[in-house]
Design a protein around this ligand. Structure first.
Ligand SMILES: O=C(O)CCC(=O)C(=O)O
Length: 236
């Protein structure tokens, strides 16, 4: 995954077509968090199984959007509207991210039960090797601050020098990413459509290596802004 400052119209690919080296740790973009935790293998396998059998197997689709409902304060099921396996994932994320995010960010992503209820949207994206997603900022008038991403398979990265407004980040299998504040509003993010990525050595040690892409499944959660669940009007 890479991040570009929106103000940087030129982008920052190497002038000499040298491959950029993907970082393995998050660049210093305010509001971007890539905590050093991984979804447990068993839970990850369950999620892949559910996603593939419910949405992708035998169908020529690579993206699914799911919408949660704004539940009433009397509802027992706080995540009503999303399938159970996504609620299980959210519960795990809420627990595990607690020690890795500022309290304010954690509460934005996982509000206390007595906070006003909001509706989540989940997007499942399936990427075959060579596929990516164009740089973008998630829709400003549809989604609020606070985006959680989970990726099942390897991604890529590469790091520009510090004085550039472009960063390449290699996201390890089963890693978690949070976009908030500047990272959500002032930077675009995207995935180059490549077959392999040039990635820095583990812990920044050793030679960079080429890593072949596999099939990648990502799940992202967003908050719908009030009224954004009503479709059919002008695009927010
Ligand atoms: O698949 C990803 O990790 C990113 C997806 C994304 O940027 C999006 O759905 O807006």
């Amino acid at each position: 995954m890479y991040a570009d400052a929106v103000h940087d119209a030129e982008g920052s690919d190497s002038l000499f077509d040298e491959p950029q080296i993907a970082m393995r740790t998050a660049p210093p973009i305010p509001g971007l968090f890539v905590p050093p935790i991984r979804l447990p293998l068993e839970l990850a396998n369950d999620i892949v199984r559910e996603c593939m059998s419910l949405y992708f197997d035998g169908r020529d689709v690579n993206q699914i959007m799911l919408f949660g409902r704004t539940v009433s304060e009397h509802s027992q099921n706080m995540e009503s509207g999303l399938p159970t396996f996504l609620n299980t994932l959210l519960q795990w994320l809420a627990e595990m991210l607690r020690d890795h995010l500022p309290k304010k960010v954690h509460e934005m992503l996982f509000p206390p039960k007595d906070a006003p209820q909001r509706a989540r949207q989940a997007i499942l994206n399936l990427y075959r090797p060579g596929e990516g997603i164009s740089p973008h900022i998630d829709l400003l008038r549809r989604f609020d601050d606070g985006i959680i991403g989970y990726q099942e398979e390897e991604l890529f990265g590469g790091a520009g020098p510090l004085d550039r407004n472009h960063w390449d980040l290699y996201l390890e299998e089963r890693s978690i990413l949070v976009l908030s504040e500047d990272a959500r509003y002032d930077w675009t993010h995207g995935i180059d459509g490549k077959q392999e990525d040039f990635v820095s050595g583990v812990d920044g040690q050793g030679e960079p290596e080429w890593i072949e892409r596999g099939t990648r499944l990502s799940i992202t959660f967003r908050w719908l802004l009030p009224g954004a669940d009503i479709v059919g009007g002008p695009e927010p």
